[in-house]
Design a protein around this ligand. Structure first.
Ligand code: FCB
Length: 453
């Protein structure tokens, strides 16, 4: 059986600023928390930093040509806040605005719809020095930045996301300490989660004033399965959902925090940072939610409490079972059914909002063959089966309107540095040369017919 995706369905590729741009001091860019973190010994594998990355900043036109050759409908990129406001506040830096303006115009000239994410984790370091996402003020500074971007690009960007994966920004960054800024406080993680949600809501108000484009945000809602039907294991999933998923989605989509969220996080915080009116601000109407999906997890009631620091704040008594094979190079289980289930489950909980798979892809143990080309049938299988999983969700009535492959090219994979390759296009980190992998050719051919065999 084959599935066809109509022309109204949007296919694209995704990247993020710090992972590809490099040129960290060019055009007046200020330092971000990821510059500081990656330059701190021991934080990133191999001591890698984003100083050069894929040098995308200097190779913009050629990279836009790659997107055009691939044949994508849309490109999801992120804007580096420290290029726009080098110290996180005040009037915009023209060179930064010019770069993204060229990017957007270059996409439009090639018939590709620009999908901009405002915050993909590169907070200006100057704001971190004033408390970062622990501080309420950062949410208001984000709204200023959103206003600047909407004024500059609101007439040309096709779709805006305020945040990428607030769970990662809050919990990996402030509770587990494995992402920038590297803090290890459960309490700070929860504060950060709330302030990120507030920033989103304020950001939506700012964007709405200057653009008619669809607005939303991007989550990594985790797809959890219970290890058994026992009450204990079902409870484990409920707690992990309340603390790891609904903490982020519920205020935005329902203007509240779930009872179980208040309860499970109560041991870490008294919630004094939730001010009157916040939940209303956070739940400003949006048109879409982006869901990033890579892999599901199976949970049971923990036999041994998790060791601190953990990103699973509030779910310390839950145990994550070891990843079931087959796994990717990240050690993540390959399970396309998880994507169908995630889309269905999210839609059932939050009906009425359009869904987009805003990231999906796989790090694989790529080795160029004798011909210099990476023959990544494993990645092709991953992408094809997950696009099939999207089709299954659509057939079941879930309003999924787009799919973005992660990633256009190999890039700086956060704390893993350059050791993990997710790209359709290979990047040689010595020369920054780009080479098409088989998966890029496959995606190109798929996009030409939009039909999955
Ligand atoms: C997601 C991030 C993205 C990339 C992929 C592999 O969590 O949004 O930047 O690192 O994982």
């Amino acid at each position: 059986m084959s599935v066809h995706f109509g022309d109204d369905f949007v296919f694209g590729a995704a990247t993020a600023a710090y992972q590809i741009e490099g040129a960290v001091t060019a055009g007046g860019r200020g330092p971000s928390i990821w510059d500081t973190f990656s330059h701190t010994p021991g934080k990133v594998e191999g001591g890698d930093t984003g100083d050069v990355a894929c040098d995308h900043f200097h190779r913009l036109e050629a990279d836009l040509d790659l997107l055009a050759e691939l044949g994508v409908d849309s490109y999801r990129f992120s804007i580096a806040w420290p290029r726009i406001q080098p110290a996180g506040t005040g009037s915009p830096n023209q060179a930064g605005l010019d770069f993204y303006s060229r990017l957007v115009d270059g996409l439009l000239a090639r018939g590709i719809a620009p999908f901009a994410t405002l915050y993909h984790w590169d907070l200006p370091q100057a704001l971190e020095d004033r408390g970062g996402w622990r501080a309420r003020d950062t949410a208001y500074r984000f709204a200023d930045y959103a206003d600047i971007m909407a004024t500059a690009l609101g007439d040309r960007v096709a779709r805006w996301a305020t945040l990428n994966e607030p769970w990662c920004a809050a919990m990996l960054g402030y509770a587990a300490g494995v992402h920038a800024p590297g803090a290890t406080s459960p309490r700070a993680g929860i504060r950060a989660a709330h302030h990120l949600g507030l920033a989103h809501g304020l950001g939506i108000h700012a964007l709405r004033a200057s653009t008619a484009a669809p607005l939303g945000l991007v989550y990594n809602i985790h797809q959890f399965y219970p290890a058994s039907d026992s009450d204990d294991d079902l409870r484990a999933v409920a707690v992990a959902d309340a603390t790891g998923n609904w903490l982020y989605a519920e205020p935005v989509l329902k203007g509240r925090y779930d009872e179980l969220t208040w309860e499970a996080l109560g041991r870490h915080t008294d919630w004094e940072f939730v001010a009157g009116g916040d939940l209303e601000t956070m739940s400003a109407p949006i048109e879409f939610v982006g869901l990033n999906y890579y892999s599901p997890s199976t949970l049971r009631r923990g036999r041994v409490p998790q060791a601190a620091p953990t990103p699973w704040v509030g779910a310390e008594d839950v145990e994550w079972l070891p990843a079931r094979p087959p796994v990717t190079e990240m050690g993540w289980t390959i399970e396309p059914q998880g994507l169908t289930d995630l889309l269905q489950r999210f839609h059932e909980r939050y009906p009425g909002v359009e869904l987009i798979v805003s990231e999906n892809g796989a790090a694989m143990p790529d080795r160029p063959g004798d011909d210099g080309v990476v023959h990544d049938q494993d990645r092709i299988d991953y992408l094809a089966s997950h696009i099939g999983a999207v089709a299954a969700a659509r057939a079941a009535g879930v309003p999924v309107t787009g799919y973005f492959a992660w990633s256009l090219m190999d890039n700086f994979e956060w704390s893993f540095g350059y050791s993990k390759r997710f790209g359709l296009i290979r990047v040689d980190y010595d020369t920054c040369e780009r080479t098409w992998k088989d998966s890029a050719r496959w995606f190109q051919q798929f996009l030409a017919t939009r039909t999955l065999a």
